[in-house]
Design a protein around this ligand. Structure first.
Ligand code: ZNH
Length: 147
């Protein structure tokens, strides 16, 4: 089991409780699709992903970005049980969606950048360490059912 300090717990709870999922989720997923264009291959049914403006204005991208953050919230609410929390989603991404698990890390990095930009000075090194630790545990859990 992953051990969390009081600071890490409080920081993760605080960041997610103040986050607007409908802004941050779409921003993070859009960035992922723009910065790492090969990730677009999983969203062939999402319509126009032709350029950055199209990606940022795409309502399906926005909706899915929000869905991903709601998925992350489940981890926030189950910090002592993250592996089990994501077992089913891991199977879904592996067996059904065939998403290469390397992409979880890419999305995680884009989310970190969006959160950093929003928090500004409040995103200290310690806050970043807590946030990235949480995302690393989620990413590893999502990759767990791949075989
Ligand atoms: Zn994912 C889906 C989560 C990442 C791709 N996802 C999904 C969902 C969720 C999630 C919750 C829904 C499910 C159901 O419906 O049941 N993801 C998630 C998370 C993360 C992710 C939490 C983090 C990290 N994904 C991801 C990535 C990608 C993806 C990176 C790629 C690139 N997903 C996906 C897809 C899908 C999903 C494709 C399906 C969509 C539709 O709508 O179809």
């Amino acid at each position: 089991m992953v051990e969390w300090t009081d600071f890490e717990r409080a920081t993760i709870q605080d960041i997610f409780s103040k986050m607007d999922y409908e802004v941050v989720g779409p921003a993070a997923l859009s960035r992922c699709l723009i910065v790492y264009p090969w990730t677009q291959r999983y969203f062939g049914n999402f319509g126009n992903l032709y350029n950055a403006a199209a990606i940022m204005g795409n309502p399906m991208v926005a909706k899915h970005g929000t869905t991903i953050l709601h998925g992350l919230e489940r981890g926030v609410k189950n910090m002592d049980n993250i592996k089990e929390t994501y077992a089913e989603l891991s199977v879904l991404h592996s067996d059904k969606l065939h998403v290469d698990p390397d992409n979880f890390k890419l999305l995680s990095d884009c989310l970190t950048i969006v959160v950093a930009a929003q928090l500004g000075k409040a995103f200290t090194g310690e806050v970043q360490a807590a946030f990235q630790k949480f995302m690393a545990v989620v990413v590893s859990s999502l990759g767990r059912q791949y075989h």
